[in-house]
Design a protein around this ligand. Structure first.
Ligand code: GDP
Ligand code: CA
Length: 341
């Protein structure tokens, strides 16, 4: 079974680590390709920083700082202190010394002419990801900007990282802008993986600034809907996992992003935002065959089924490797039920 996952950073990485465990335990002949959000990426101090790809890389290679939740384990911040003293980097964005090594390597390779896909492949030569292959969603730069109201009432834009990290998403966002997205296209690795897919999983990642950004790349949505065109069955079921449990984001600030695009922070509302692939009437033309909600959101299941989702309620909290693997296994079981039915 060829499994393709659409994912953001921290939530996506926890899910993919669980999926890798489920594959190793129960589906040893399966492969995992992950299409990772690049909308958080930015240039800082002359370096290209790719937070979601790095969260994935560090988590899957066992280098992640599990206490803090992001960055490298055993990290120090001596270089960052120097950069901040020079005023080259802001005091609200600290880069670890080991992490800076990754950014310097990446930036050197980009300057030498490698594409972001080449860079990701090269980073994976060093780290053992247990067979998981990572692909940037696109090789073009599509940094996210956030439009907010300034003190004078005029609109101004912040880089996503400033809004997210400095202001903790507490400044109301008027809208998000993926700068450069109209001339972007899906990465070659993403397209090849989707064409060969037997199943597509949408990780419990931020529906707006992680999954929304991936799907907003011209041609990506079409490629996801056509996933499996080169597989044995010719059509891969698409199964999503809710990042929202009992009306709240499990971790992080996804609620602020959902509010900005006018979607309620609710597992059912997020499903309807993605839309059912087999929906009827105005809900037709969506993305998902199936949607998993948490057991506490079980009352939503009947309504979701009526709207065309093969919905099910399962434990969605990824507390440890076992619970994350069980969640991934539930998503795979839902996918095979969706393709059978
Ligand atoms: P980011 O790029 O680092 O912000 O991470 P993602 O976009 O991949 O994921 C963020 C989302 O993961 C948040 O909206 C959380 O609600 C969700 N999330 C984090 N941990 C869990 C969990 O244990 N279970 C579920 N269902 N969602 C989670
Ligand atoms: Ca992210």
């Amino acid at each position: 079974m060829r499994i393709v996952v659409l994912a953001g950073g921290v939530g996506g990485a926890r899910f993919v680590r669980g999926l890798r465990e489920a594959v190793q335990r129960w589906h040893p002949d399966s492969s995992i390709d992950v299409i990772v959000n690049t909308g958080d990426d930015w240039w800082l101090a002359g370096l290209r920083i790719t937070p979601d790809l790095d969260s994935m890389l560090y988590t899957l290679s066992g280098q992640n700082d599990e206490v803090r939740g992001w960055g490298r384990v055993g990290e120090s911040e001596r270089v960052s202190a120097e950069l901040q003293a020079y005023g080259v980097t802001p005091d609200w964005f600290t880069l670890g010394d080991l992490d800076l090594g990754t950014h310097i390597a990446r930036s050197a390779w980009l300057r030498a002419g490698l594409t972001p896909s080449d860079v990701v492949a090269r980073l994976q030569e060093r780290w053992d990801l247990g067979g998981v292959r990572l692909h940037p969603s696109t090789d073009q730069e599509i940094d996210t900007h956030v439009w907010v109201a300034s003190d004078t009432g005029a609109e101004e834009d912040l880089h996503f990282q400033e809004w997210w990290t400095r202001y903790r998403a507490q400044v109301p966002a008027l809208r998000f802008e993926q700068r450069g997205v109209s001339s972007a296209s899906p990465s070659p690795g993403a397209l090849a993986a989707l064409a060969a897919a037997d199943v597509v999983l949408v990780a419990p990642s931020n529906p707006v600034v992680s999954i929304g950004t991936i799907l907003g790349i011209p041609g990506m949505r079409e490629a996801v809907l056509a996933a499996g065109s080169l597989s044995a069955t010719g059509r891969a079921p698409i199964v999503g996992v809710s990042p929202i449990i009992a009306g709240a984001a499990v971790r992080g600030m996804a609620d602020a992003c959902l509010t900005t695009i006018g979607v309620e922070t609710d597992a059912g509302a997020v499903a309807r935002h993605y839309g059912p692939r087999a929906g009827v009437g105005s809900s037709a033309g969506g993305l998902l065959d199936a949607w998993l909600v948490d057991e506490v959101d079980e009352p939503l299941v009947a309504g979701l089924r009526a709207d065309g989702f093969a919905a099910a309620a399962v434990p969605l909290w990824m507390r440890d490797l076992d619970t994350a693997a069980a969640l991934a296994e539930a998503a795979l079981a839902t996918a095979s039920a969706a393709s059978a039915g």
